[in-house]
Design a binder for this molecule. Structure first.
Ligand code: ARG
Ligand code: ZN
Length: 422
């Protein structure tokens, strides 16, 4: 009996420590709405100081009146920041009171942790575990999956794309999917793993997936930014860019989704290496973007569909994001994302916004989707997965399944539509 009590006290003490209640106040995510231009300016300042992290919009330039801002505020500056907002009468509420605890929980949820009950695909994984998974998958399905080395990262980590080819019909069309361009968007690599697993498990079981895989190969790059992803697990959960050092500054990293040659570094990107939307010194300056661009260039005859997976905000985005001009087949693309969003609403009751990036978000040049589109891949998309801001980048593992199923439905919808085309 006494031993039980001792054990009980121990376990609880352990829990307290892990949730950080004995130590310091947790970082928080605030939802802030500036009502005047003056408040916009104050918020721009706050978002670049006090070690805060801007979640939404991606850059302080895009902060505007009457539009919600999501800001991560670390525990030690939370009082200062909230007082400052209060003093200037800036409307704000706490969106996530316990961000740091959520971060810790999600990291504990890795494989090998007996406390995490759910299946492999409904947890987040370290980079090392993802590399193991890539090896295992290629090894377990030698006639269906090949791991292709498409390049390496700045820190010399390999970039493997998995080619799924489920039957050996000749001259099949193909779809490219990349995940994890932005390091902190953890649901994105999780989707790529889920998608590969689903394809291998449901071929000849799910009618639509079978029809798709009978006519189309897939190239899936699970982590396009491995250095950044690693960094989010070890140093800073909110990191977005890659990890390449820049000349003349101590600021690190290029936004890989501003580094492609599509109206490169115009409005919506920044030449300042210290911003989150730094475009890099020149287009394709980064080994990660160059690797993907080279692969797409050399496979553009077969690859008909390009898809890049991001989070968060639940959007199905079509070109262009780099200009306000309409894409040449805009209405065809629009119809596809509309149908996909309608399907998601019908089956999963979740709302996805859809349309051209420059219209539904803001100008964001140098993106992979626009570049692939201009290369001639006329079905080019970016998905922003769950959620709409409740947890943001810290989407709990219990939501992975729902998020992936919705995105899968959109992929199927689009693939089937493209297959109808001559
Ligand atoms: N949130 C994504 C980003 O900032 C949007 C991507 C849309 N496409 C684009 N080319 N900007 O990168
Ligand atoms: Zn992103």
């Amino acid at each position: 009996m006494t031993t039980l009590w001792v054990l009980f006290i121990f376990l609880n003490f352990d829990l307290l420590l892990q949730t950080g209640q004995c130590t310091k106040t947790s970082g928080q995510v605030l939802s802030i709405t500036p009502n005047t231009q003056e408040q916009v300016e104050i918020l721009k300042n706050v978002s670049t100081q006090y070690q805060t992290g801007l979640w939404q919009p991606v850059s302080p330039h895009n902060i505007k009146e009457l539009t919600k801002v999501h800001l991560y505020v670390p525990g030690n500056s939370s009082e200062t920041v909230r007082n400052l907002l209060q003093r200037h009468n800036i409307t704000h509420e706490v969106m996530l009171p316990n961000a740091d605890e959520i971060i810790k929980m999600q990291m504990r949820n890795d494989s090998g942790d007996p406390r995490s009950g759910s299946t492999f695909y409904y947890r987040y994984h370290t980079l090392e575990d993802i590399y193991d998974w890539i090896n295992r998958t290629a090894h377990d399905y030698p006639d269906k999956v090949k791991a292709i080395l498409v390049g390496s990262s700045y820190e010399k980590r390999p970039l493997y794309a998995l080619k799924l080819s489920l039957n050996n019909r000749p001259n099949k069309k193909a779809m490219w999917i990349d995940c994890g361009i932005h390091a902190r968007e953890w649901i994105s690599p999780a989707f790529c793993l889920f998608f590969v697993h689903y394809s291998l498990s449901f071929y000849n079981i799910n009618a639509e997936m079978t029809q798709i895989l009978d006519n189309m190969d897939f190239y899936v790059l699970p982590v396009m930014n491995p250095d950044g992803y690693k960094y989010t697990w070890t140093k800073n959960r909110m990191w977005r860019k890659n990890r390449s050092p820049q000349k003349g500054t101590s600021c690190i990293g290029v936004d890989l989704n501003r580094n492609f040659d599509a109206n490169w570094c115009t409005t919506g990107a920044s030449p300042d290496p210290c911003t989150e939307i730094y475009c890099g010194p020149f287009p394709e300056s980064e080994p990660e973007s160059q690797a993907v661009a080279n692969f797409l260039r050399s496979h553009k005859e077969s690859i008909q569909i390009y898809l890049s997976i991001h989070s968060y905000s639940q959007m199905l985005i079509i070109p262009y994001s780099c200009t306000e001009d309409e894409a040449e087949n805009h209405s065809e693309l629009y119809e596809m994302v509309k149908t996909a969003a309608d399907n998601i609403k019908r089956y999963y009751k979740n709302i996805y916004t859809y349309g051209a990036g420059a219209q539904i978000i803001y100008l964001a040049p140098g993106g992979s989707d626009d570049w692939a589109y201009n290369l001639g891949i006329k079905y080019s998309f970016t998905f922003e997965l769950q959620d709409r801001g409740k947890y943001g980048f810290l989407l709990p593992p219990s939501d992975i399944q729902g998020a992936c199923n919705e995105a899968l439905l959109a992929v199927k919808t689009i693939a089937l539509k493209v297959m109808e085309k001559p």
